[in-house]
Design a protein around this ligand. Structure first.
Ligand SMILES: C[S@@+](CC[C@H](N)C(=O)[O-])C[C@H]1O[C@@H](n2cnc3c(N)ncnc32)[C@H](O)[C@@H]1O
Length: 278
């Protein structure tokens, strides 16, 4: 049974037609949080919808409505609790690892699990990997779980850094993951290592940190650069930015792969451009 069936009789036919078709569930079989975007026309019916979601998914203990866009350096948004428990801290299971987090306090998207695996699959044993903007450490953990590597994660949000440390420990990976709280621009150039691979998962602004990435990468190293692309021109703007920065720093690069990751806004996508620094 789906949400529409559960809400039949409680919402009009017109209202059922505009009911969101999907929503995110973050958490486990024991406790999860549902995050939903509700159109203006359904204002007044939000609680009924939230209760329907909880009836349909017995593990969902709280339903949060997106109440703003993501904003600020920490990429957080406001949420409104529509139903259930105010405590929204959960343990999310993704592939073969666990991530503890509170979506109200940190950035996390369960929709990016496949992309994390794509990157983890590219990593080779003994690489030194840097994850800039590492959040609660999903990339660090996906990689360290799969390969015999040392992964650094740098994150500015205090709460995300706190969860990242818990997560590395909870997955038995503390000895492979080094987590540093701070600004990528200040922290990364001070790390003594040079890296075989750098991941830059900050689609809204990672271009401002390409110079840091060029400074920290080994010759022959690979950079995974996330940015936004419009439907008609998914990658050209991102590639232009990379080439411009490389030229400025007198570096040669080779584009390796381009990938559409997820829809971001109407006719806009989060994309990843993988390139090698020669
Ligand atoms: C889009 S989120 C990605 C988080 C994580 N990598 C993930 O995939 O779930 C970007 C993260 O970068 C962090 N951030 C933004 N600017 C930063 C900076 N200058 N230095 C370190 N972290 C930063 C934010 O706090 C946020 O947690």
């Amino acid at each position: 049974m789906g949400l529409k069936e559960i809400l039949k009789g409680k919402l009009s036919e017109e209202e059922l037609k505009i009911l969101p078709r999907s929503f995110d569930i973050i958490g486990s079989r024991e406790k999860a949080v549902a995050i939903i975007e509700i159109p203006e026309e359904l204002k007044g019916k939000e609680k009924i919808i939230a209760e329907g979601i909880m009836k349909l998914n017995k593990n969902v203990k709280s339903v949060l409505k997106k109440a703003s866009e993501r904003k600020g350096v920490e990429r957080l948004r406001e949420y409104e609790l529509l139903a259930g428990d105010e405590n929204t801290e959960v343990i999310h299971k993704e592939y073969n690892y666990l991530l503890k987090l509170d979506p109200k306090k940190v950035y996390f998207s369960p929709r990016e699990a496949t992309e994390r695996q794509r990157i983890a699959n590219k990593v080779k044993d003994n690489e030194k990997v840097l994850v800039m903007f590492s959040g609660v450490a999903p990339f660090c953990i996906a990689i360290a779980k799969k390969r015999n590597v040392k992964v650094y994660g740098v994150e500015i949000n205090e709460e995300a850094h706190r969860y990242a440390k818990i997560n590395a420990g909870m997955n038995g990976l503390s000895d492979k993951i080094v987590l540093i709280k701070g600004d990528v621009r200040e922290v990364c150039p001070k790390i003594k290592e040079k890296f075989d691979r750098i991941i830059m998962p900050l689609p809204f602004g990672s271009e401002n940190f390409l110079d840091v990435a060029f400074k920290c990468i080994k010759k022959g190293g690979k950079i995974h650069f996330y940015t936004l692309g419009s439907e008609e021109n998914l990658y050209s703007e991102g590639i232009k930015i990379i080439e411009r920065e490389a030229k400025k720093l007198k570096k040669k690069i080779k584009i390796l792969e381009k990938r559409k990751v997820l829809p971001y806004a109407p006719r806009k996508y989060k994309v990843c451009i993988d390139f090698m620094v020669l």
